[in-house]
Design a protein around this ligand. Sequence first.
Ligand SMILES: Cc1cc2nc3c(=O)[nH]c(=O)nc-3n(C[C@H](O)[C@H](O)[C@H](O)COP(=O)(O)O)c2cc1C
Length: 217
Amino acid sequence: MIGKTGNIILKKAGLCFSLLMMLLNFSACKAVTAVSDVQTPAASTSAAASNQSHILVAYFSCTGNTQKAAQTIAGATRADLYQIIPAEPYTSADLDYNNKSSRTTSEMNDVSVRPAIQGTVENFDKYDIVFLGYPIWWGDAPRIIDTFLESYDFTGKTIIPFCTSGQSDISTSESNLKGLSHLQGVQVTWLDGKRLSADVSETDVIAWINSMNLKVQ
Ligand SMILES: Cc1cc2nc3c(=O)[nH]c(=O)nc-3n(C[C@H](O)[C@H](O)[C@H](O)COP(=O)(O)O)c2cc1C
């Protein structure tokens, strides 16, 4: 079931997205493989939080764009990297936005869907800052990001959303994630989200991070 407001938002996002698709005509690919490890930064970084905070970069990616950006953020911040892997992987057919019955279309039409995640973040409690990355689907964050946020206690943590997309910005997804009932009344600091290109440079990531007044626990 989707609420009236959700329907309107989805329709608007759908309209913009359909137009965009006509222009870009990009295609869905296979699910990317897991990145299991912490990324070791090759370059030195002046990122404000790098030496003081425990940072996690958690991300979901089906065609590799968000994964690339996540790897760059993790490298620039000396963070641990965690890939949100769906228990049931998304196939190319699942990712078909032209098919009204595809899995992703159905999921994005139902705000209550919570696709299961394979595995968990080890020692989640130790992290002060969580970068949370995802592709934009129909103007919003994929429902599996809701699953992720509802799977952990974020009390005292700072969340920094980031996304990749064909063109859509991050704002709708950001406000929907903040509005999740699981997080209401929880002391969480949300920093402004950012849309990144898959090939964002480490220098640009560091400039972005330094521009935030990161709250270190
Ligand atoms: C089901 C689906 C819906 C999408 N919806 C949008 C959208 O509304 N706006 C947009 O700009 N891009 C949209 N895209 C494009 C993705 O956001 C973009 O390709 C993204 O970088 C993919 O990230 P990934 O490679 O990490 O999976 C959509 C892609 C898929 C598969």
